[in-house]
Write a protein of this length. Structure first.
Length: 100
């Protein structure tokens, strides 16, 4: 059961991350007026980069205690590095499987 949950979580994240650029392009195409397609590709790269940093790296590292982590960071913003240092070793197997 735990193996299935781990595999399904990684599969769902990979599937969502693979369709996200298409969704971002559709949003940019419908809501922004750009002079060239190259500008759309640039915006896509910037937005997708920040999505991966925030939602894949940080949220996955913080894990299932996101509200507790948010409360801790609101009270003391400089604890972000300590929080990530404590959570990253336990989330490293997820990242290794996500990359493969």
């Amino acid at each position: 059961e735990n193996v299935l949950e781990g595999v399904m979580a990684e599969f769902a994240l990979t599937l969502f991350a693979s369709f996200l650029p298409t969704l971002i392009v559709m949003i940019i195409d419908n809501f922004f007026v750009l002079k060239a397609n190259a500008w759309m590709q640039h915006r896509l790269q910037v937005w997708y980069f920040w999505f991966q940093i925030i939602f894949i790296l940080l949220v996955t590292a913080v894990g299932n205690s996101i509200l507790l982590a948010f409360e801790t960071l609101v009270q003391s913003p400089l604890q972000v590095f300590g929080l990530l240092a404590d959570c990253m070793p336990s989330a490293s197997h997820f990242y290794l499987n996500f990359m493969m």
